[in-house]
Structure formats: structure tokens, C-alpha cells
Design a protein around this ligand. Structure first.
Ligand code: NAD
Length: 267
């Protein structure tokens, strides 16, 4: 689609040439209400200046890119997302981000910036994963603390943060269902003389290999039986479509922090 749509909005894609950025641009192209308005990449990227659509060249100036847009979609890295989000808060442009791996200080800054523009950050834009989070909470509540909870996540070898934001979200769903603080029970590695498994531990193991779009297994281990809930992403397209759906949803909302559950009608 070229030219601004009659209704809807112009989208700034941040990290436009990345794996997800490419799929987001494809999903925007397919959307009848949205159009690509600007494309942002890292300063010094070798493809800066390249035209991606009529009138849209890859740039590295967030302020200039935001001036042409009604909403931003960002899949980059935490520091890059915060830099672009600061400019979006200044320009009052709603912001949808799928970036993972934020520190707690960075998360607090996102929260502060959401007072000035609508912001939605989600570690996973898949509908099925968000239903899985709900299912895991229900399972943890009904199985009770005598079932040990362990998670395994598998992603492509280029992924830069571990464990995945989704694995942590699933672990949090278990902790919340049990009335625990995740920070008090999370076990991220085991090696050597570990002793017996602490009661109430929530273990998360990370695998990195190949080009997998993402796989999460939540295992509840009891005496003589176990329950496994598994999600497998086959491509990255559904993440991009979910982010585009969130961008459409967030247009025209009041400045505050929103959740993917609100977009999907899960809460
Ligand atoms: P990628 O490395 O392929 O793409 C990231 C892009 O961001 C690159 O093109 C890079 O040049 C660009 N970039 C870096 N610094 C920038 C800056 N300052 N300004 C603008 N662009 C900049 O990575 P990817 O596989 O596309 O993943 C990106 C992020 O999205 C990761 O944090 C990943 O975990 C996350 N992710 C989230 C979901 C979800 O559903 N929420 C799904 C897949 C991936």
C-alpha cells in the first residue's frame, strides 16, 4: 500500500532491517489501515538511505522519523528502544515494542515515559503464547505446590538475551498463581553440588541453536506423572502481525502503559 490511508496511521518501524523489522514491514503492507511512514536503523548501518517504499528511506534520526508517523513499532535492543522511546514521548507518538532483555532500571524508565505517550511493551506478541500464560497460571493453581515447575526455552543462535522474556513471563505466571515472588524462587542454572531441589523452586533452562523462531515448554513434575505445556513458533510472522494489531489498537489512546492481554481481550 502506498500513500497515507484514509483512516488509520503511518507506522515508524524501528530496527526496520532486522529479522523482526522485515516481518513487521510485511505485516504493515498487508494491513488495510496502516502504511509504512518511516524506517529507523542503527547509526552507521550500511544500508542507511536505502528506499524501502516510495518516499520512505532508512534513516537514523528518530526525531525526524517520528515527525512523519502516527505510531511506532520497535523490535531492536533495550538501549535502542529506550533512545527511540524518549524521542516518541517528546513527540507524543504511541509506541509498541517487542524488544526483550530490559534491566529493571530500563523497565522503570519505560514506565516513566508511558506517562507522556501510550506505550505497550510485550515480550511475545503471539496469541497462542498469551493463552499459554493464562493456561500455565491455571495449571499451577490447580496442581498445587507439590508439582515442581520447570521451563525450557529454545531459540535461534543469534538471540542476544537469556532466558527469553517469554520464559520469564511464564515463570512469573507460575509464581503469581502460587502467591510467590518470582525473584525468591527463580533458578537459572545448576552445576556441581546443588543439593536437593529447593521447595517451590521455578527452574528455567535456556537452549540456543539453529534458526528456531522460539519454543517454550512448561513442565509440572509430580509423583508418577507430569504435565507439559508446549508452544512452538514456526515463523516470526505471527509476532509481527500481533505487533501490528497492537499498533492499530493503541492509536488515539491516552498516555499510559498498556498490555498485550488488553489488545487480545485476555483480561
Ligand atoms: P535483529 O538483530 O535481527 O534486529 C534488530 C535490528 O535493530 C537490527 O537491524 C539492528 O541494526 C537494529 N538496531 C540496533 N540498534 C538500533 C538503533 N539504535 N536504532 C534503530 N535500529 C537499531 O533482532 P530480531 O531477531 O529482529 O529481534 C529484535 C528484538 O525483538 C530482540 O530483543 C528479540 O528478543 C525481540 N523479539 C520479540 C518478539 C516478541 O514477540 N515480542 C518476537 C521476536 C523477537
Amino acid at each position: 500500500m502506498t500513500g497515507p490511508p484514509a483512516e488509520g496511521g503511518r507506522v515508524l518501524v524501528v530496527g526496520a532491517l532486522g529479522r523482526m523489522g522485515e516481518r513487521v514491514r510485511a505485516a504493515v503492507d498487508e494491513d488495510p489501515e496502516l502504511v509504512l511512514g518511516a524506517a529507523l536503523e542503527a547509526p552507521g548501518h550500511p544500508r542507511l538511505g536505502e528506499a524501502l517504499a516510495p518516499g520512505v528511506a532508512v534513516g537514523d534520526d528518530a526525531k525526524a522519523a517520528l515527525a512523519d508517523c502516527d505510531v511506532a513499532i520497535d523490535f531492536t535492543a533495550p538501549a535502542a528502544t529506550l533512545a527511540a522511546l524518549r524521542a516518541a514521548a517528546e513527540a507524543r507518538v504511541p509506541y509498541v515494542a517487542g524488544t526483550t532483555g530490559f534491566s529493571s532500571e530500563q523497565r522503570e524508565e519505560v514506565e516513566r515515559l508511558a506517562a507522556r505517550t501510550p506505550v505497550l511493551v510485550a515480550p511475545n506478541f503471539s496469541v497462542a503464547v498469551n493463552v499459554l500464560v493464562w493456561l500455565v497460571g491455571e495449571a499451577a493453581r490447580r496442581l498445587g505446590p507439590e508439582f515442581d515447575a520447570e521451563l525450557v526455552e529454545l531459540h535461534h543462535s543469534a538471540k542476544r538475551d537469556a532466558p527469553s522474556g517469554t520464559a520469564l513471563r511464564l515463570a512469573r505466571a507460575v509464581a503469581e498463581a502460587r502467591g510467590q515472588r518470582l525473584e525468591d524462587h527463580l533458578v537459572l542454572e545448576r552445576a556441581g553440588e546443588t543439593g536437593a531441589r529447593p521447595e517451590g523452586a521455578i527452574g528455567v533452562q535456556t537452549l540456543r541453536a539453529g534458526d528456531f523462531a522460539g519454543e517454550h515448554t512448561v513442565l509440572f513434575g509430580g509423583r508418577g506423572e507430569r504435565l507439559e505445556l508446549v508452544h512452538r513458533a514456526h515463523t516470526r510472522d505471527h509476532f509481527a502481525r500481533g505487533a501490528v494489531r497492537a499498533a492499530r489498537w493503541i492509536l488515539g489512546r491516552d498516555p499510559r502503559r498498556y498490555t498485550i492481554e488488553q489488545v487480545l481481550g485476555l483480561e
